[in-house]
Design a protein around this ligand. Structure first.
Ligand SMILES: [Zn+2]
Length: 174
């Protein structure tokens, strides 16, 4: 199935949605992509965590947290976009700049799946837990809303956390 980009978001034309054959759909590169390239811009409605929790189950986890209590994303199934298919990995090749830019954290080879670590965006007070299926040897097994507090992850993703989480790590309030 071909999923067209919708007006809310942008995805680098060198990327496409494909079946991972392991855990549903994912985003893959069609060409070699240089480190620091822009991969996607996430857009959508701005919602509170409470509003997000009321969305249909099929899209509940597709919005991105952009502040303590705010997310950006779609509200209806019909609005599903290519950028909603980036999977989590504990050994990712993409990270954030600001809140809505996804960029290449390293050089990405043609055919590679493009992933980011959900720890880079998850930081709400509501407990959240997701089983990780990435099977990398650094796999944490579970992805939670407090992973960003882990020192090793703070070091690993320095400069690639979303802005509001990076500020939490630096102890700055906004
Ligand atoms: Zn994992």
């Amino acid at each position: 199935m071909k999923i067209k980009s919708k007006m809310f978001s942008w995805m680098n034309p060198n990327l496409e949605v494909r079946n991972t054959k392991k855990y549903g759909k994912g985003v893959f590169s069609k060409k070699d992509i240089q480190k620091e390239s822009l991969l996607a811009v996430f857009g959508g409605y701005i919602m509170t965590l409470k509003e997000e929790a009321q969305l249909d189950n099929s899209i509940k986890d597709s919005a991105h947290q952009i502040y303590d209590n705010l997310v950006i994303g779609i509200k209806n199934k019909q609005e599903i976009q290519s950028v909603d298919f980036f999977n989590h990995s504990c050994e990712p090749n993409a990270g954030f700049k600001g809140q809505i830019f996804l960029i290449a954290m390293k050089n990405i080879k043609r055919g590679e799946e493009v992933t980011f670590d959900y720890a880079m965006v998850l930081g709400g007070d509501e407990p959240y837990e997701l089983d990780c299926l990435c099977k990398k040897n650094t796999c944490r097994g579970k992805v939670t809303n407090i992973d960003w507090k882990k020192r090793d992850l703070q070091r690993k993703y320095r400069g690639y956390f979303q802005w509001y989480i990076q500020n939490k790590i630096l102890g700055k309030r906004t």
